[in-house]
Design a protein around this ligand. Structure first.
Ligand code: PLP
Length: 436
């Protein structure tokens, strides 16, 4: 056997310009608080909580110790027809954070799996009610719902779907909610609730009785923080109710305090039927996602199956994996003990001041923000994304990790950040973007 050291070549990296990266890599080798350390030993502030995961910051011993303890007790258990305590405990803890009517939690290993699970739950629910003809799904332009086959079909991002997008039939897309009127508007725009009428138009075109579910990110995250216009989510809820369509909130980024309240559902006062989550569920430490459903959905699917029969033919080998559950439980303990959702809500006005302050830079064409999430649009070059990639590299070299989607910088610091951290992030953004 031949051992090869010091090569980056064998790892085919996800969503990465592999050739470019491997010629000049950006590696992080340590994480502590809001900081990474790169392989040269330099500090790099984590301005995007990794990928919107690490709300409690890095290097949390409580999580590491809980996982280690769990692994020494029971390292793996199947969850098909057998259980182990951590998944039940975590489901109860998650349910306690959810809207009152939503108390049943199905575990997955990622946001993408949560989305595909939600699609199948919607199908199973309608089938159980004798409405299996509901085979259409509504999504939205600029949506990101992960990369599995279902999520790719729901995707509203051209690059993510142009080669693979048509694999699941029956998906239609509403228009996205961004409009030039929203430029530099802070929080929810007052104009644009009428975009929800797209759902009604699909109901008129396809027959509302044929639509199974409508999927939206309450704040569209990966595409650049598109905040829902006032009244928009409420109107989607009304239209769904009128036609028996399930409303699914993809809370993979919005959940766990990113917008102020535990979930966007509570922040915007609109209760969906199904909620998907992942990322900050375990502070990003171990892969885990979840789908939470209204009690009526759980009961309907169960009641349709004969006594003693499996009710929902779906699940993953690692659904409810004990170590991931231990990470989730320790993470929720931290959120609670340190009041991180409240801390994020209190820090948000300062964070938004700092980000919106970038408005005067020539290269900045729009800023959008809500809670502890913001999108800063940069003027694109001749090829979309080139400016964004340059910005990402220069920011990293200047000591700040920020996730760029195309030409939009997505800023989402850990909720443990202090005002001074936000100022430092703002300072680096200003210096780099002013000289891009
Ligand atoms: C809203 C949303 N849904 C789903 C996903 C997919 O999650 P994962 O990358 O864990 O599969 C993401 C990831 O960024 C997301 O932002």
């Amino acid at each position: 056997m031949q051992y090869t050291t010091n090569t980056l070549e064998n790892h085919w990296m996800p969503f990465t310009a592999n050739r470019d990266f491997k010629a000049d890599p950006r590696l992080v080798v340590k994480g502590e608080g809001i900081n990474y350390t790169n392989h040269h030993g330099d500090r790099v502030i984590d301005g995007s909580s990794g990928l919107f995961c690490c709300a409690a910051g890095h290097g949390r011993r409580e999580i590491a110790e809980a996982v280690a303890k769990q692994l020494m007790e029971i390292d793996y258990s199947p969850h098909f027809q057998i259980g182990s305590p951590p998944s039940f405990e975590l489901a109860s803890r998650v349910a306690a954070l959810l809207p009152e009517e939503i108390n049943h939690v199905f575990f997955t290993n990622s946001g993408s799996e949560s989305i595909d699970t939600a699609l199948k739950i919607a199908m199973a629910y309608h089938s159980a009610r004798g409405e299996g003809h509901r085979s259409k799904f509504v999504s939205r332009e600029r949506a990101y719902h992960g990369v599995n086959i279902g999520g790719t079909s729901l995707s509203g991002l051209m690059k993510n779907r142009e080669i693979f997008g048509s694999v699941m039939p029956g998906v239609v897309h509403m228009r996205h909610t961004w409009s030039p009127e929203h430029r530099f508007v802070r929080g929810q725009p007052t104009w644009g609730a009428q975009m929800a009428e797209d759902l009604e138009r699909f109901a008129q075109l396809l027959g509302g009785r044929n639509i199974a579910a409508c999927f939206v990110e309450p704040v569209a995250g990966s595409t650049g923080c598109l905040v829902p216009p006032k009244g928009y989510l409420e109107r989607l809820r009304e239209i769904c109710d009128a036609h028996g369509i399930l409303l699914v909130f993809d809370e993979v980024i919005c959940g766990f305090g990113r917008l102020g309240k535990p979930f966007a559902a509570q922040e915007f006062g609109v209760t969906p039927d199904i909620m998907t989550m992942a990322k900050a569920l375990t502070n990003g430490v171990l892969p885990m996602g979840a789908v939470a459903v209204r009690d009526s959905i759980y009961e309907t699917i169960n009641d349709a199956a004969p006594n003693g029969a499996v009710e929902f033919f779906h699940g993953y080998t690692y659904s409810g994996n004990p170590a991931s559950c231990a990470a989730g439980l320790a993470t929720l303990d931290i959120y609670e003990k340190e009041g991180l959702f409240e801390k994020g809500a209190a820090l948000s006005p300062h964070f938004l001041d700092v980000v919106y302050n970038l408005e005067d830079l020539d290269i900045v064409t729009d800023v959008r923000g809500y809670g502890m999430l913001a999108g800063v649009d940069l003027a694109p070059g001749t090829t979309p994304g080139v400016t964004g990639t340059r910005a990402m590299k220069k920011l990293f070299a200047a000591g700040l990790h920020v996730k760029l989607t195309g030409d939009c910088a997505l800023v989402a610091p850990p909720l443990i950040s202090e005002k001074s951290d936000i100022d430092e992030i703002g300072g680096i953004l200003r210096d780099v973007l002013a000289n891009l």
